[in-house]
Design a protein around this ligand. Structure first.
Ligand code: IMP
Ligand code: MG
Length: 196
């Protein structure tokens, strides 16, 4: 994708120097999210939709997506972390249940995630929510990195915003070392930033 103009208010931000290339700008993200919102609103018509955002990476996506959902819905949050430290992922995610609802058996859950990488997080979360009795569990991920999938996972997202190649991306909620989440676009991080 060609380079695009950096959002004006970030032009002088110290964060910009760490970005190799902008992958999806604000306008493109808005189009992607609007498309997903239209589709989800249609498909979940008549269902008891509970949107569950996976903290913290999906909060920006969640906030935008829910405003494109035109049917009645509820929202909740769950915490899941697969990174032990900056770059070391573990085989299974640590799930912290902070759902407001103890009984989720009446809900058709839409798990809202920032990026599907190895698939272990969403696999673990789907199994967790189904074991807990959810009526159904459907996955919506903003980004998908199919090249990185762990072949032992069987996760199949119903809604995918866009596929990305095997590069580390940040912004629009996505972080590296808890930084860059506040960028309004999704950009590729310069490899020298995360390879030390
Ligand atoms: P998975 O369990 O390997 O699919 O990893 C999913 C989690 O890893 C995501 O929810 C992100 O938090 C994180 N992750 C994977 N790839 C990236 C990336 O390119 N940028 C930022 N976070 C990422
Ligand atoms: Mg995440």
């Amino acid at each position: 994708m060609p380079k695009q103009t950096v959002t004006a208010r970030f032009a002088n931000s110290a964060l910009i120097g760490d970005i190799k290339e902008i992958f999806f700008n604000e306008i493109q993200l808005d189009e992607i999210v609007a498309r997903l919102g239209r589709q989800i609103s249609k498909d979940f018509e008549g269902k008891n939709l509970l949107m569950v955002s996976v903290l913290k990476g999906s909060v920006v996506f969640m906030a935008d997506l829910m405003r494109h959902i035109t049917i009645p819905c509820r929202i909740d949050f769950i915490s899941s972390s697969i990174y032990k430290n900056k770059t070391m992922a573990q085989p299974r995610p640590d799930i912290r249940d902070i759902l407001q609802f103890d009984d989720i058996s009446m809900f058709d859950i839409l798990v809202v995630e920032d990026i599907l990488d190895t698939g272990r997080t969403l696999q673990g979360l789907s199994e967790y929510l189904l074991d807990k009795g959810a009526k159904s569990v459907t996955i919506c991920t903003l980004l998908d990195k199919p090249e990185r999938r762990d072949p032992s996972t069987t996760i199949k997202p119903t809604y995918i915003g866009a596929q990305v190649a095997n590069e580390f991306v940040v912004g629009y909620g996505l972080d590296f070392d808890e930084k860059y989440r506040n960028l309004p676009f999704i950009g590729i991080l310069k490899p020298e930033v995360y390879k030390d």
